[in-house]
Design a protein around this ligand. Sequence first.
Ligand code: SF4
Length: 247
Amino acid sequence: MEIGGLQKLSLIDYPGKLACVVFLIGCNFRCPYCYNSNLVLPEKIKKQARIPEKEFFDFLKKREKILEGVVLGGGEPTTHNDLSDFIKKIKKLGYLVKLDTNGSNPEMLKKLISKKLIDYAAMDVKQNQKSKTKNQNDNVKFKKNKYEKAVGVKVNLKNIQKSVKIIKDSKIDYEFRTTIVPGIHAKEDIIQIAKEISPAKRYFLQNFKPKTTLDPKFEKIKPYSEECLLEIQKAVAPFFEVCQIRI
Ligand code: SF4
């Protein structure tokens, strides 16, 4: 497994659990506002230091009595064919496993859930699937769906829909979440996302943080105000059992 980073302790990434976060290298999306371009862009991946698997598992063995869970983030963990073997080794040590995913690989998601390899799934819903936008710089009339604008590549939206359904139909704990980025999302977009994924247990609205982004233009974007997020939350909260803002 290609491990690009390890956060040894997190109190927030696995709800209710003390966990570490392991960052896996590689992603099939190119979200322009991504904070982890070192795990996404091939030219940066080449320069990214790796943590040997042995070092990671030695760490887990040492923390067995302190940590409860391991969060698999990235990058996109489901791009790794050896993910299930990697998780089996983590579970053998008694840890709970949370998977952070962009939902593009429903087959793997289904397999991991059916083999009881994940205990919590957090799926990023990047945009709604309905709206279309025109690329105005293009002479040829070119229609690009908003999801593709949000993730920077062509997307099979059926896979996204399937992942949402697999997660909701499963017995595992889960959340959906959207990082709300000005220029990508308006209030109406989030309301449409809510309609598409509801009814569901938990939906988190994450505020965009203009730190190092995959597309440097996004570093100049001013995030939505707390007031604005509260207004969005008020509009979508009725669709979910829990709907909260993460600043
Ligand atoms: S934000 Fe987008 S590009 Fe970055 S790791 Fe997540 S899915 Fe991949």
